[in-house]
Structure formats: structure tokens, C-alpha cells
Design a protein around this ligand. Sequence first.
Ligand code: GLA
Length: 396
Amino acid sequence: MTDSPATRGIDPALLHRAAARFADRFPGPAPRMTVAPGRVNLIGEHTDYNDGFVLPMAIGRAAVVVFRPRADRVLRGHSVAYDETREVRLDALTPPGGHDWLSYVAGVAWAFADEGLATTGLDVVVDGDVPIGAGLSSSAALELATARAMAAATGLAWDPVRMARLGQKAENRYVGMNCGIMDQFASAACEGGKALLLDCRSLATRPAPLPETAAVVVMDTGARRSLAGSAYNDRRAACERVVAELARRHAGVRALRDVTSAQLEAARSGLDPVDFRRASHVVPENRRPVEMAEALAAGDLVRAGRLMNDSHASLRDLYEVSCEELDAMTDLARQQPSCFGARMTGAGFGGCAVALVDAASVGAFCDAVLAGYRARIELPAALYPCRPEAGARLVD
Ligand code: GLA
């Protein structure tokens, strides 16, 4: 169980803990297990719901689901993190559910049924080591690990793109969080060793291998902000207002993806100044994932890092979703000579940043940044180098 391709990159202690908890809570015939990774987005922030491009990679931190089908229509779940067992009837699931751990599991079961797919009762233990609320997509990981389990239990062939959409539907409609497709797509479809350039309109992908000389370091500020949900919806609404105005002026504009910088500038006087600022982040940010994938392919880490720095400045000054802790962490990272670039990652307002670092100097980089951060901010920060891992898998 500990050294197969299916478990590569995952902490073996996590798999053992989840399996042991299942044996303890739901004794009986041997269960099966799925894992689905969290993700870090290298660039392309707040572009997915604008039909744009993103460049995430799956990380070694993951959600784990241990499961065994039941003969009835009950979904009985145990969460290791919350140490609680609860159950729901599959045929009584109606959105909206809630925001608790069981809603992510139940939401996926609901989305299966809503898509006309077969569902079965299950006993499940859910566990994981993606920090919750840190911008590394712990919820998408849980949704995809659940989807992988439900697919395996019902004999459905695994289709990562379909399952990413289904996970997003569970989150949008059942959990009630209006996210884009990036997180579920990354957790479903990433490949080991590569970031994934995703066109969020067509869902076309291109693998973006990381040069051996580059290391990706996730930098958790320790800050957690509950404001993220409402601010996220505000940002989406601002983008939609700009699209409505630009669509009046130009045929063919359906999303900010379709808007050029010149068109946005020309429409400026007809737009609310704050809305204009928000769109002024999205339009150039939407080009950066394509440019960064090109830079990585060419081994041009200096250019890749510069794009990350530009992205951070834009998120901080124009989209206004950074915060003191993310700015401090990324400033400290950039002060290290081994750092090519750094930016916040995910929705913002706390959580994690990401740095591109010379692989030969990762240890010294982490020590210096962590020491600097601790001297300035009293929060439980953590830094971890990450390799790109594979998407949701069945561990058999
Ligand atoms: C969250 C959402 C994603 C995406 C990012 C911002 O992670 O779940 O869909 O919008 O924020 O890029």
C-alpha cells in the first residue's frame, strides 16, 4: 500500500491512519481506498470563472476516502478530523446541503444522481492532510476522492473531466460555494511531474513539465479568513458587470476572457472605477498562465518568476484579495537570492503563497523565509517544497 504509483507522494502514515479508523468504526470485509490531491495554482488567479487560463499542479497533500458499499441507500460517514460519525439517506438529499465535511461527500452523491448516474449506499471514512481553509483546495480533494469512490463502487469508468465538472456542481449547488472549475479539475486530472495548463472555457489541457532545476515551495501564512466567501462573490459580480458593459459594445464578448486591454481601456468611462480595477487584473492575468507554461518549457525560470511577481502585485493592488501576511511572506521569499518569484495562491485573504525556487537551495530558502516570517508575524506558518503529483486515484 505504501509504494505503488497510486500512493506516490502521499504520506504512508495518513493512509494507515485512515485504514485503521475504518477497521475500528466499520468492522467487516476489507474496504477500498481512494486518494485525491489538493493543488497549488502557479499562476492564473481569479481567471477560471472568467473563462480564462490557469496553471495549477496537484500536491502530495491529499484527501483519503476509505469505503465499502452497503446493501441499503444509506451514506454513513466518519471524519477523522472531526472525530464524528453521521449518516444521510441517499434518496433524501436535496440542495442546498451545508458547509460541513459531510456535505462535500453527500453533495457528490447528490450530483451523481442529478447527472443520472447510479449511486450506492456506502460506509466511508474521510481523512486527509490538506490544511483546511489554506487555499490548497481541501474541499475539491474531498469531492474528488468521494467521486472516485462512488465511481468505483458503482462500476463507472473514471472520466476525470466529467468528474471534475460533477465535483464543481456539488460545490456550486449542494455546498453553495460559487467556485470555478480549477480546483476540481486539478484534483481530478493532474499528472505526476507536470503542472497543468487548463483552458477553463474549452477544458482543453496541456501538460507543463517543471524543469528539474526548479522547486515549488508552498508557503502557508497560518492566516485564515472567513471573509473569503463573500469577497469572492463580490469579485465575481464585478467581473460580470464589466462583461455586461463590454458585451453591449462588442459582439462576441461572453466573458472577460474575450476582452482585450484596449477594449477595457476604451470602456473605462462607462464603468464603475472599482469594477474597472478588478477587470484590469483579470485581463492581463489571463495571459500569464500561457506565458508561464512557455517560460517553464524553455527553462526560463527568471521569466516564470517575474510573471509570478507581476501576478501578485496585480492581485494585491487591483483585485485586492491579498493581505498583510501574504504580502509579508512573498516579500521575504523574493529577498532570497534563490527565489525566482512568489505570489499568493488560491482565492486569497490568507492561506498560502507559492514560490519558484532554485532546486539546489530549497532547504536554505525555507529556513530563511520561515525565520523572517516568524520574526514579524505570530502565526503558525509552515513551508513545504512540493513536487507535481497525480490526480484522484484508486488505491488497490
Ligand atoms: C478558489 C476557487 C477557484 C478559483 C480560485 C481563484 O480556489 O475555488 O475556482 O476561482 O479561488 O483563482
